[in-house]
Design a protein around this ligand. Structure first.
Ligand code: GAR
Length: 191
């Protein structure tokens, strides 16, 4: 079977990007990350991409007339490289109709909460502020809404401490494993 081609979209640190690439390298995922797309020039994920030898493309959405305009460019880059699936990994931006139409049911996201609770960019802090005791991680297909779309996998963790940094690290560790599981389901079409 031909190895699947993945693109990872990220805006920040890129620990999930790294987890995916390492899993591709050591055989836990039968795929290759062929492109890293970043909407924040200067983000740490770009250094990681360089270190792991992944081609990257960084852009500033403000340099484009519209979301359609930059997504049309991205779609061409993805299609030129034969990308099968897009994995959002801390990509803090809504995906628009151009990519959703061309990659229907082939775009997934990871989010650090038990969706549909605590959508948005500050999910862990929001859950702590709410007094949550059972935290978690969700992977899901992407639709045109914030952290919306059909859920693929979830994992939960009970945490009753008050150290948000410790909790964040625990959640990130869970994310790195859950994303590998989800990508395997995706490329093996097992839902
Ligand atoms: C991850 O916790 C991811 O779930 C979250 O951003 C972080 C990126 O970390 N995504 C969202 O909140 C999406 N709404 P990373 O850059 O170290 O992979």
């Amino acid at each position: 079977m031909k190895r699947a081609k993945l693109a990872v979209f990220a805006s920040g640190s890129g620990s999930n990007y790294q987890a995916i690439v390492e899993a591709c390298h050591d055989g836990r995922i039968e795929a290759d990350v062929v492109l890293l797309v970043c909407d924040k020039p200067g983000a740490k994920v770009l250094e990681r991409a360089e270190r792991y030898g992944t081609e990257s493309f960084a852009f500033n959405p403000k340099d484009y007339e519209s979301r359609d305009a930059y997504e049309t460019l991205l779609a061409k880059m993805l299609e030129d490289r034969g990308v099968d699936y897009i994995c959002l990994a801390g990509y803090m931006r809504i995906v628009g109709r151009v990519l959703l139409e061309r990659f229907e049911q082939r775009i997934v996201n990871i989010h650090p909460s038990l969706l549909p609770s605590f959508k948005g960019a500050h999910a862990i802090q929001d859950a702590v502020d709410y007094g949550v005791k059972i935290f978690g991680v969700t992977t899901h297909f992407v639709d045109e809404t914030l952290d919306g779309g059909r859920i693929i996998d979830q994992a939960a963790i009970v945490y009753e401490g008050s150290d948000v940094e410790e909790l964040t690290n625990l959640i990130h560790n869970i994310e790195h494993k859950l994303y590998v599981k989800t990508i395997n389901k995706l490329i093996n079409k097992k839902f």
